[in-house]
Design a protein around this ligand. Structure first.
Ligand code: THU
Length: 129
């Protein structure tokens, strides 16, 4: 597992969270990732009056990275934060992260105010491939 603490990604994820569009849940979520090519991309959650159209911060960041680097984009490490809450990526985002990562890729999130990492394999042991 890449155990880089990713403090730069943490501050970028916080900045992205501040840009969330979340009038329905008030959850402001931000994600920042570094690609294997060295690119850094961010995303925030963007909600919609038709609730199911909402996109999470993590998928927004991953899709942003693919749009910029193309189909070969691979995630080196990813950090997600939510202002006032703490959680790892939701199930849908785990599946999308797994598509562009290895089982060993580190995913960072806050737990009791500290950044902790889990591998993609630990987050989604029964991944659909
Ligand atoms: N959300 C994320 O952005 N990422 C997650 O991993 C979980 C949930 C967002 C979606 C929605 O805008 C709000 O948080 C509440 O579910």
């Amino acid at each position: 597992m890449n155990i880089e603490p990713a403090t730069d990604l943490l501050s970028l994820a916080h900045e992205a969270a501040a840009r969330a569009y979340s009038p329905y849940s008030s959850f402001r979520v931000g994600c920042a990732l570094r690609t294997m090519a060295g690119g850094v991309f961010t995303g925030c959650n963007v909600e919609n009056a038709s609730y199911g159209l909402t996109i999470c911060a993590e998928r927004n960041a991953v899709f942003h990275a693919v749009a910029q680097e193309g189909a070969a984009m691979k995630i080196a490490t990813l950090t997600v934060v939510c202002i006032g809450h703490e959680f790892p990526p939701c199930g849908a985002c785990r599946q999308v992260i797994a598509e562009f990562a290895t089982p060993e890729t580190a995913v960072w999130f806050l737990q009791n105010g500290e950044l902790v990492a889990m591998t993609v394999a630990d987050l989604l042991p029964a991944v659909f491939k």
